[in-house]
Design a protein around this ligand. Structure first.
Ligand SMILES: [Zn+2]
Ligand SMILES: [Zn+2]
Length: 774
């Protein structure tokens, strides 16, 4: 063996390496390998200088990558060899800031097993402490004010650590070494419970178990509690109490929209829902999303939670405080098998975060407030996912996911993509990253718009992005579009809605070649000024051709037509049956007042206050109404969801449709509408009609894709748009396409609905920039 030589290496690690226990890990690794030098957080990642025997240095570089902490995501390790500097020992140095450099911030992480042990152990000083955390878990994005991620730059700055916490924080061998939110009952945040009619100016913080026990007592008594959590307030009540659920619905103005449940453990989830292996993994993941699961027919919960819906959204506790809502400790069985935990907001406004804000905005909904005094700097809702083909599919991307970047397989400029109107999320890009914001919500009120602007300002600062280019939706009335058009000193690029849907699916799947894009949703502004949404595109990032679409139908009365699906039913009936339509003896004409029908009929016939639409969501509305499922809705896509829920399994029947020649092809559903009416008149069960209709739409997806393949030689199909949240349709379409030899790409990391559209806008704008460089 040759005598070992001494060397020095400068290592720069980029990725999610801050707030995930990376520096302690590096410190311990250096100690183990008897190397000297230092590690520090910089705004651009983690910088290490390491000195010692060459062989040990090599092992260090190997292990720093291979054994990184579970929450770290290493993107790049740059190593430079240097002459030895004579370091004495290994230290963690002060953080340095490098303006302009990118340092991803970790999303919030649910309580880890080690912290749960501390929290459950009666002999531990953190026994029952609701804010227990360590370098492997706890709040991150929600408390970060600025980068680099260090306690003074978080909302923990106002809690000086006690001697014992500080000792942990400074001990490189401790799990809480440099855990920025580190806290204990002596020095950290605390709770306070206050009734809504006596909130006082400054609630008194401090009480712990008494506040929690009183909270549980109130919940058991049927009260509604506003509970401050990680990214905002929840509204909670006992789902076994019909009256409490009804009251919450009424006060929250939430009509029929489903409520999510929190359950104490996985067994409780299994008593309510059918939990597959992949769903279990999603429920138990450190991100702790709400998972949409099939509800058991014998589930011990009231149907009021999700009316006419056979699925339910369930999540597990993700902070110690949540565990306390169920019981003091493991020795006590949970007092609730589940709790309603819905976003603390009124109707469609953003989730409430501040104590004073909560007192103002939620006191008419909640009977009492469980506050804490750790400020939530960034508002983040619960994320919502579902499993399809044993893979987690994100439907609402927020807590635990944001602001984790989507990796792109090509470089991008600094771009802001403003997103759409409903379920808005925007996107900032830089290097190979797309930073999709957390779920912002429907940009329809002032509060949501403020949330949008505030989050945009913060993300630009956190990720050091100064967009010179802004991408926006073509819809002139979207607030996100208006915002984009008002910006000065930036290049503005309008992107067609469905092109953006398909590009987002391509980008998250790493596809850059032309695809057949099927974009089905409820609405999107077309390049001809009409409302699209049943589109077959041949597309890549640089452009698209519209090859086929559902025939245009009259949408009479603008937004009212979206709230009243029968108006679309009438459009489709008039289109198929002409003037005979209104004399058909179907539920629509029995259940909707004749006068209203006559008014809308004349609007359609005269083209008054009417726009043309090819939206697939509106086709579902029409069929839901014609089949008698529902004629009016009180939340987005309600009719389509209930139509899907009613579909019988095992039906192979389908209805006919035509594809007419021309450019683009028109998909003509008149034969299907005639056959559906015939089935309704023959009193065939709604479940059969619904299934046959779903089968028809799947056949449209497959047959039209085949026709496009015949002329274009493109074998990949991307499915995107909110309509593909319909599992029956998705499953049937995917299976049929694969049987015909297509390669099918779907969404997983970002939502198929408008929550994912900003990513598509960004990559399309980026392609436009590289074609026409400034
Ligand atoms: Zn922990
Ligand atoms: Zn302490």
């Amino acid at each position: 063996m040759s005598p070992s030589r001494i060397g020095r290496k400068h290592i720069h690690i980029r990725g999610i390496v801050q707030g995930v226990g990376f520096r302690p890990f590096v410190y311990n690794l250096a100690q183990k390998l008897q190397l000297s030098g230092y590690v520090l957080n910089s705004a651009a990642g983690v910088v290490i200088e390491i000195e010692g025997e060459d062989a040990r240095l090599d092992r260090f570089v190997e292990q720093v990558h291979a054994d990184a902490p579970p929450l770290a995501l290493i993107e790049d390790v740059a190593v430079i060899g240097l002459a030895p500097a004579g370091y004495d020992g290994f230290v963690i140095r002060e953080s340095v800031d490098e303006p302009g450099k990118l340092a991803p911030v970790s999303p919030d992480v649910s309580t880890c097993d080690d912290c749960m042990r501390d929290f459950r152990n009666a002999g531990n000083r953190r026994y029952g402490y609701p804010f227990t955390n360590c370098t492997n878990c706890g709040p991150r994005y929600t408390i970060t004010r600025k980068v680099p991620y260090d306690r003074p730059l978080t909302t923990m700055a106002c809690f000086p650590m006690c001697a014992r916490c500080l000792a942990e924080y400074e001990d490189p061998t401790d799990r809480r070494f440099h855990a920025q939110p580190n806290a204990c009952p002596e020095c950290g945040p605390s709770l306070s419970l206050a009734p809504s009619d006596n909130l006082g100016d400054t609630p008194e913080f401090g009480s712990r178990l008494p506040a929690i026990r009183e909270t549980r007592r109130l919940l058991r008594a049927g009260r509604i509690l506003a509970i401050k959590g990680l990214g905002g307030f929840h509204l909670a009540c006992d789902p076994a109490n019909d009256e409490a659920v009804r009251l919450l619905r009424e006060r929250k103005k939430r009509s029929d929209k489903p409520f999510a449940l929190m359950v104490p453990d996985i067994m409780a989830a299994e008593r309510i829902c059918v939990v597959s292996d992949a769903s279990r993994a999603a429920l138990l993941s450190a991100r702790r999303p709400i998972v949409i699961l099939p509800r058991r027919p014998d589930a011990p919960i009231t149907a009021e939670l999700a009316p006419r819906n056979n699925t339910i959204g369930v999540m597990l506790p993700y902070t110690p405080l949540h565990y306390l809502l169920f019981s003091d400790s493991l020795d006590h069985p949970p007092e609730f098998q589940s709790l309603v935990m819905t976003s603390g907001n009124i109707s469609e406004e953003p989730i409430v975060t501040g104590n004073r804000e909560a007192a103002q905005r939620l006191s008419r909904i909640a009977d009492a407030f469980l506050f804490h005094n750790r400020d939530i700097h960034t508002r983040v809702d619960d994320s919502v996912v579902r499993v399809f083909e044993e893979r987690e599919r994100v439907l609402r991307r927020s807590r635990g996911y944001a602001p984790f970047p989507i990796a792109l397989n090509f470089p991008v400029g600094e771009i802001l993509a403003c997103g759409a109107e409903l379920k808005n999320a925007f996107c900032l890009t830089k290097d190979h990253h797309a930073f999709l914001s957390q779920h912002i919500g429907d940009l329809e009120n002032y509060e949501t718009l403020r949330f949008y602007q505030e989050t945009l300002d913060r993300m630009k600062e956190l990720f050091r992005i100064s967009p010179a280019t802004v991408a926006y939706d073509l819809h002139p009335m979207y607030l996100s579009t208006k915002l984009a058009l008002e910006m000065n000193g930036v290049e503005k690029i309008g992107v067609q809605h469905h092109h953006a849907h398909i590009a987002s699916c391509m980008a998250e799947n790493g596809i850059r070649d032309k695809v057949i894009g099927v974009a089905f949703d409820g609405t999107g502004f077309g390049t001809d000024g009409k409302i699209w949404g049943g589109e077959f595109l041949v597309a890549d990032f640089s452009g698209f051709e519209r090859r086929a679409h559902l025939r245009y139908m009259a949408l009479a009365g603008g937004d009212t037509a979206v709230r009243e699906p029968w108006r679309l039913g009438l459009s489709y009936l008039l289109d198929a049956f002409g003037s005979r339509a209104t004399s058909l003896e179907i539920p629509l004409f029995r259940e909707v007042p004749a006068k209203k029908v006559a008014t809308v009929r004349s609007m359609i016939e005269r083209g008054f206050n009417t726009v043309q639409t090819s939206a697939c969501g509106r086709l579902f509305d029409a069929v839901a109404s014609i089949a008698g499922v529902r004629h009016e809705v009180n939340f987005e896509a309600q009719a389509a969801i209930e139509l899907e829920m009613s579909a019988h399994a095992g039906v192979d029947a389908e209805y006919l449709f035509d594809v007419s020649a021309g450019d683009p092809w028109q998909i003509d559903l008149r034969p299907a509408i005639e056959a559906i009416v015939k089935d309704v008149l023959a009193q065939r069960p709604v479940g059969h009609i619904s299934a046959a209709f779903h089968n028809t739409v799947a056949s449209i997806v497959i047959e039209v894709s085949e026709r496009i393949r015949a002329t274009e030689s493109i074998n990949r199909v991307c499915l995107s748009g909110g309509t593909f949240q319909n599992l029956y349709l998705l499953e049937r379409s995917v299976m049929g396409l694969r049987r015909k030899g297509f390669e099918v790409s779907l969404h997983a990391k970002i939502p198929p609905n408008d929550g994912g559209i900003a990513l598509g806008q960004a990559v399309i704008a980026n392609a436009a920039l590289s074609r026409y460089p400034a």
